[in-house]
Design a protein around this ligand. Sequence first.
Ligand SMILES: [Fe+2]
Length: 198
Amino acid sequence: MDRTKTKEKEELNERISLIENGIIKTFVIECLNITPKYFWRIPASSSGMYHPVISLGIGGLVRHTIKAVDYGVSLCEKNSILGLTRDKIIASLILHDTCKAGVKDVENHSDYPVHAYLPRKYYKKIAEKFLPKISNEIFDLIDSHMGEWSEYPEKIPETREQKIVHFADYLASRKNQPILDYSKDIKSLETYDKLIIL
Ligand SMILES: [Fe+2]
C-alpha cells in the first residue's frame, strides 16, 4: 500500500499550503519527496509511552507532525509572528522528525548521532539548490527542537523561533491533548496561556 496517498498525506499537504513563500514551500515539497519512506508509516513513539494515542500506529509520526505544525501556527498567531519567520517555523516543524529513525546515506552523520541533526545533511543538496541561506535557519530550528532534552548545550533553544518550534513539538507529544480543535482554540485556553513563556 502506498502510504503517500493517505489521509495523513492530504492533511500534511494542507499544512504545506500554509507556507506563503513559494521557494520555502517548494523546498519543503522537494524534501518530502525524498524523505525516508518509513516517515509515512512509523508511529511517533515505538514504546507508546511518550505520545498521545493519535500519534501511535501506522502513520502516527505524520499525525504527530501535523499536530506540531498546528501548535506552531497557533503559537505564531499568539506571538504575532508573520511572513518569512512563520514560514520557517512551519517548514521546520514539517521536517523536524522526517529522519526520526535515522538515515543510511548521509556522510558523517555520526557528528550528531541524533535524529534532530540529520535533516541538515540528508536534505543538503535540495537546500543548496533552493535556499542556501534560509535552509540553514530552518535547520537551526530543527536542530534545537528537542529543547532541554538535547544532549548538546549548543542545541538548546535560544531564540523565540527556536523556543516556539520546541514548544510546538512538546505540546504535540503530550499524552493529554485538549479536547478542542487545537489549531483554532489554543489561544483561548487559559492553561496554555500560562504555559507560554516565550
Ligand atoms: Fe516531534
